[in-house]
Design a protein. Structure first.
Length: 134
């Protein structure tokens, strides 16, 4: 049975997949802390962004490139939710290949995504979320 946090994440990604960035951002706290891995580098160091404007800019850039993401996996452990997202064509834009997939751990508080942490691979994401591989 899906938890409330899993449902919230699925709704956010469904809105984004439908091209509705504004609806997706309604699930995100205005003070979001977003840690991402710069795709231009093979050995990426985490970069930190703050607020929904930077996230909106990144999502709009992805849409302009014709990239569409699809949520493949969601695993919750309390306020932490691990996601696997498939974006066909993504590897063409990055130095380190990842089967066109990103793995993130989201932190949910009071019905909003307050943090997003990019992980290098699925096992790192599962471990960061405290979820066992099933």
């Amino acid at each position: 049975m899906a938890t409330e946090n899993e449902k919230l994440v699925r709704h956010a990604y469904e809105a984004y997949a439908a091209g509705d960035v504004a609806a997706m951002l309604r699930f995100v706290d205005a003070d979001l802390e977003w840690t991402y891995l710069d795709p231009a580098f093979e050995d990426r160091e985490p970069q930190v962004c703050h607020g929904t404007q930077e996230l909106a800019t990144a999502l709009q850039r992805q849409a302009r490139r014709g990239l569409k993401s699809r949520l493949e996996e969601v695993h919750a452990n309390g306020e932490l939710v691990m996601v696997a997202v498939h974006t066909p064509g993504l590897d063409a834009l990055r130095a380190r290949q990842g089967n066109d997939r990103n793995y993130d751990v989201l932190t949910i508080r009071d019905g909003k995504i307050v943090a997003m942490r990019a992980c290098r691979d699925r096992s790192e994401a599962l471990e960061a979320a405290g979820v066992s591989d099933s």
